[in-house]
Design a protein around this ligand. Structure first.
Ligand code: HEM
Length: 397
């Protein structure tokens, strides 16, 4: 019998899901002395945490030693800001990152997907992550920002070290991790700042230039604020969208009937993708810091504590979803929390949905069969639900 703490769990998806199920039932709000955090497992409680930005802050700087490079990176990083600064930054960046800008990308996303598919040269064994699921979102975000495609390996390396630390506890802020992140952030800040300055001198038709020009009520973003946001975009879209694409393929592999139905009529794809987002939640936890003592029933979480709000557990809460463990591709009222909730709701959700819908539609159109082969490897499901490596057998049309 495993203990109830984060460190006691194995990192595979089945073990983590079974931990969530036990905790939702017996200890839905629980103190984890070893990890030094509190966990929240039920849908209603996770939503409460995400909706109350005053009590549950996204700013972890009070818990971390001051570090120049990290502070610069965080300056314009909306994910780590509270109101009222969050509102100012989000309003400004939303002006540049509009649904229209995203919708306009559709043909480019299709073209990049086809280029990646063509590059497979008709092979019947491919590796979905390296061949498609990873390069697609990275190429799209690089193009959107106007960053040279040739620099991709560099920021791929940054993303890997910042977004997918070796162990799950690596996500929890502390002094040691701050030092490790600082090294990467210094390089990233310098790179982004140079790119932003080049656009300030000579604007082009890209998101970076739009950020440089964005203005609300006479307020503009400083270069130093754009640094954090560009850095966040380079990272944010990466591993999560890659994971989602692999998760859709894995789910269709397990449900051949659903795959056949979607191949015949791709109109069902958006709803099926939402259901995969619910069942295989790319980012398992969201993190907050309490700014005051706060009660959940009999439990009192003290001020200044890190809370892990488990999106992946909320998404399987039997109090919220009928038959929560079943894949229902056309599920109604799918109030999953995979893109978060409240003021920090994922700004890239329309882009992620677009990329995955187009990529899966192209795959279904160009492959008459696809099945998962031997040798799949996965991230630690306490952090990210998704494959690092997903070998496929495919048959080309
Ligand atoms: C925020 C998930 C793709 C940009 C978030 C949050 C989640 C999330 C859960 C909220 C975190 C919190 O409240 O603590 C995902 C998933 C994705 C995805 C599952 C893919 C399937 C993207 C993409 C981009 C992006 C493609 C941009 C290109 C952002 C930004 C925020 C954010 C900028 C911060 C918003 C704010 O703080 O106001 N994402 N994301 N995401 N995401 Fe995503």
């Amino acid at each position: 019998e495993r203990g109830t703490g984060l460190a006691d769990q194995a990192g595979d998806a089945a073990a983590v899901l079974s931990w969530f199920r036990r905790m939702r039932e017996s200890e839905p709000v629980s103190h984890d002395a070893e990890a030094g955090v509190w966990h929240v497992f039920r849908h209603a409680d996770v939503e409460r945490v995400l909706d109350d930005a005053r009590t549950f802050s996204s700013d972890f700087s009070p818990l971390m030693p001051a570090q120049e490079d990290v502070d610069r990176f965080i300056k314009g990083n909306i994910l780590r800001k509270d109101p009222p600064q969050h509102r100012k930054l989000r309003t400004l960046v939303s002006k540049a990152f509009t649904p229209r800008v995203v919708a306009r990308l559709e043909p480019r996303v299709a073209a990049i997907t086809d280029e990646l598919l063509d590059a497979m040269g008709g092979a019947e064994r491919i590796e979905l992550v390296a061949d498609l699921a990873y390069p697609l979102p990275v190429t799209v975000i690089a193009e959107l920002l106007g960053i040279p495609a040739g620099d991709r390996p560099t920021f791929g390396r940054w993303a890997d070290s910042l977004v997918a630390p070796e162990s799950q506890t690596g996500f929890i802020p502390n002094a040691e991790r701050t030092q490790a992140m600082a090294v990467v952030m210094r390089e990233m800040n310098a790179y982004c700042l140079e790119h932003i300055r080049s656009r300030r001198v000579r604007p082009r038709d890209d998101l970076t230039s739009a950020l440089v020009a964005a203005e609300v009520d006479g307020e503009r973003l400083e270069d130093e604020e754009i640094v954090g946001f560009v850095g966040l975009l380079l990272l944010a879209g990466h591993i999560t969208t890659t994971a989602l694409l692999g998760n859709v393929v894995q789910t269709l592999d397990e449900h051949p009937g659903a795959a056949a139905a979607l191949r015949a009529d791709p109109a069902g794809l958006p709803a099926a993708i939402e259901e995969v987002l619910r069942l295989r939640t790319p980012l398992a936890p969201s993190m907050r810091r309490t700014t005051a003592d706060v009660r959940f029933g009999e439990h009192a979480i003290p001020a200044g504590t890190i809370v892990l709000a488990w999106l992946a557990s909320a998404n399987r809460d039997e109090r919220r979803f009928a038959d929560p463990d079943r894949f229902v591709p056309g599920r109604e009222h799918n109030a999953h929390l995979s893109f978060g909730h409240g003021i920090h709701f994922c700004l890239g959700a329309p882009l992620a949905r677009l990329e995955v819908r187009i990529a899966v539609a192209r795959m279904l159109a160009r492959w008459s069969e696809m099945s998962v082969g031997e040798g799949a490897e996965f991230h630690d499901a306490r952090g990210i639900s998704g494959a690092r490596r997903l070998p496929l057998h495919v048959r080309w049309v």
